[in-house]
Write a protein that binds this ligand. Structure first.
Ligand code: PPS
Length: 407
């Protein structure tokens, strides 16, 4: 049995290890995305199922390169894998304190950053710098060993939980759908796992993400009230399009990735991947929840009280206004296909797509995009209303929705 991380320390070259046989909370399924599509709601519905083990928190995201060193796993690779396993069993994650080897240097521990205790400063003053550094390194290594041991103990304690409770483990991480490595690493680590993805009209998703970034402070709120904020959002969208056009960002921009869904198509058999439309879940939660339970082989036991709730909601007024502003502007940019926004971007993505070997879904998209690319890029006055766009989205095939979602 191995307690080691399945990845090497730099996380670029995965070294896959066997799942520890005694650990009974091996994930049977995951909600893998996409962000701002209702993944929190679906996660909460699923954790309300009596046969499902509630993980320590939503977004454990161990397989996400984006998340891995940002939040729970800052303690380093030797402890992060046991922490992930324990968290799947519902055991709270110890708080991260910076990467291994840097522990104990943060604010609030050992005084101000980089200055150390009074004794340490005195040692430095009297010219014992190297002695000081050696002593400090030894202390850090001791601390690291102790924390690794604590992680292993934590894991041993939590290992039998799912078998004892007769529950199945799961995880929810909206970023997995956007990450190529996650698709393959998850498939190798959990070959029989099932994955669920929610996809939403990209326009609504963009508005949702924008509002969320404002709330989190990732985008600074423009001064001047609602109109200024609408303008700010439109500028942001336009700048993303521009970045794609100029090749500065290509396909790597934060919510404009397309190749990753292709990676999921490649790595996962269709029978293990359920793609849902967010709007359907929002309008008819019960039917969707039953579909999900059937797909996962769970009995239909999620209580209605759970799926009547909405999680992560932005305020209605803010949403409606931002949505209208985006619809208006993007409709005016182009009317050459059913949804102006994906159409505008799709042309810009063709070059990127053709560089890769693609699964059938994306090949189809490339064909569509080539056709679109032949249409002159001149912006024509928009003839499509927001309603037409919503209708087109409803009628789009799953393949088209997957592609659009990445825009
Ligand atoms: N049941 C139901 N009905 C209607 N709308 C719903 C529902 N569940 C989630 N939502 C909307 O989904 C958006 C949040 O998505 P996520 O939870 O995936 O966001 S996150 O990526 O985890 O941050 C967020 O969208 P916006 O309100 O447009 O921002 C939620 O309101």
């Amino acid at each position: 049995m191995s307690w080691l991380s399945p990845f090497s320390a730099n996380a670029t070259a995965p070294v896959l290890q066997e799942w520890p046989g005694s650990h009974t909370c091996r994930p049977r399924f995951m909600v893998v995305g996409a962000p701002k599509c209702g993944s929190t709601s679906l996660f909460r519905y699923l954790e309300a199922h009596p046969d499902v083990q509630q993980p320590a928190t939503k977004e454990l995201c161990y397989f996400s390169r984006f998340k891995r060193y940002l939040t729970h796993y800052r303690t380093g690779p030797a402890t992060s894998w046991p922490h992930y396993l324990a968290a799947l069993a519902g055991v709270a994650l110890p708080r991260g304190r910076g990467r291994a080897g840097r522990q104990g240097r943060g604010r609030g521990r050992g005084g101000r950053r980089g200055r150390g205790s009074r004794a340490e400063r005195r040692l430095q003053e009297i010219g014992a710098g190297s002695v000081h550094r050696l002593a400090k390194r030894a202390a850090e290594q001791q601390q690291l060993a102790a924390s690794e041991q604590a992680s292993i103990d934590l894991l041993r304690r939590s290992a039998p939980f799912c078998a004892q409770n007769k529950k199945v483990a799961f995880e929810g991480c909206p970023f997995y759908l956007h990450e190529r490595l996650a698709a393959t690493q998850l498939r190798t680590t959990f070959p029989s796992m099932r994955a669920i993805a929610l996809l939403r009209n990209p326009r609504e998703r963009t508005v949702s993400a924008f509002n969320d970034y404002l709330r989190m402070g990732r985008i600074r709120r423009a001064a001047g009230g609602a109109t200024a904020r609408d303008a700010q959002m439109l500028t942001l969208v336009a700048s993303k399009i521009e970045m794609l056009r100029s090749g500065v960002r290509q396909l790597e921009d934060f919510d404009m990735r397309i190749l990753t869904s292709a990676a999921w198509g490649r790595a996962w058999p269709a029978s293990q991947l359920l793609v849902l439309q967010s709007e359907e879940m929002f309008d008819a939660a019960e039917a969707v929840v039953h579909r999900v339970e059937d797909f996962l082989g769970l009995r239909r036991a999620i209580p209605a009280s759970a799926y009547m709730r909405t999680h992560n909601k932005n305020t209605l007024a803010e949403k409606a206004r931002a949505s209208a502003a985006l619809n208006g502007t993007l409709d005016a940019r182009s009317d050459c296909c059913t949804d102006a926004y994906p159409c505008e971007l799709s042309r810009l993505l063709v070059a990127g797509l053709s560089r890769h070997a693609l699964p059938p879904v994306a090949q189809r998209y490339t064909r569509v995009s080539r056709d679109l690319a032949e249409i002159p890029v001149e912006v024509q006055p928009g003839r499509r209303s927001g309603q037409d766009v919503a209708e087109a989205w409803r009628q789009a095939s799953v393949a088209e929705r997957i592609i659009w979602q990445q825009l």
